[in-house]
Write a protein of this length. Structure first.
Length: 106
């Protein structure tokens, strides 16, 4: 009976570990998705006088901002961000945020 409990415990622990890995973003995939972001934020993510820097931005804060644009909670006067985020999944947002967090900020 002990071995059955042990097997169940090990399976449970492995499931928890796998869930934690999936929760974060993939910076390599984020780099692929970031091509369109470079149009405004630059290849380095540092932006300019009209566009904010996103390089080095905290991942969770970045995802929250992207979700706010997508939901309409955050208004974008030029509506450029709305166009960029409308087709992004939550995983896409996490991947982008992980990529930009890996870049050196200002």
């Amino acid at each position: 009976m002990l071995s059955k409990k042990l097997i169940i415990a090990v399976i449970f622990i492995l499931m928890l570990a796998a869930g934690g890995v999936q929760a974060g973003g993939d910076p390599a995939r984020g780099a692929e998705l970031a091509a369109e972001c470079a149009d405004c934020h630059g290849d380095d993510g540092l932006g300019d006088e009209d566009t904010p820097a996103i390089a080095g931005m905290d991942e969770a804060a970045h995802v929250k901002e992207l979700q706010a644009f997508k939901s309409g909670e955050r208004v974008d006067e030029d509506e450029m961000m709305i166009d960029y985020v409308e087709d992004l999944s939550d995983q896409d947002m996490a991947d982008l945020a992980a990529y930009f967090a890996s870049l050196p900020g200002e």
